[in-house]
Design a binder for this molecule. Sequence first.
Ligand code: CTP
Ligand code: MG
Ligand code: K
Length: 181
Amino acid sequence: MDLYPAIVTALWAMLPAYVPNNAAVLAGGGRPIDGGRTWGGRRVLGDGKTWRGTAAGTAAGVALALVLNAGSDAIADLLGVAPVEFPLPAAVGLALGAMCGDIAASFLKRRTGRERGAPFPGLDQLDFVVGALALAALLDFDWVVETFAPTVLAVVLVATPLLHVVTNGIAYVIGAKDEPW
Ligand code: CTP
Ligand code: MG
Ligand code: K
């Protein structure tokens, strides 16, 4: 696939996985998923992973996929690419998978002695991509294979860390996030 349609397809297809983390930041708070429990003297996940943030993030990602579906023909015409349609299992897989990848990363951070909010370069930028693609593949394997051709997948792996750095930098500057990662 040429680079232009690959870039558009990659960003379009990953939007329902990009939005959950940002929605969770805005909606976060309340009861932590680990209920305050510790393992080996450290929190299992920490106060940064809450039920409310996870639910709001997942809902935001799925809702966005449905909105994109409703406008897919118009978006495809405007951008001159083939449309991306999100079947519901794929939408849920992307959104919930992104949240689960982020939660799994916090589990790893706590096990490696990193406190809440500590950076873990590489993991911070790609945890949700791996989670999103894995759960989407589990729920709708054919959709993932059809949508993420090799060039599209390559764009996802290069563009996501860049986008993550930029959006988190903005969230930090406007005060929505305590750290810029
Ligand atoms: N958040 C949440 N629930 C989630 C993910 C995020 O409530 N499942 C909210 C929390 O308020 C969190 C903020 O979004 O503090 C920023 O998310 P993130 O950077 O992932 O969490 P950190 O606080 O940095 O914690 P960690 O070190 O565990 O990543
Ligand atoms: Mg953080
Ligand atoms: K994170």
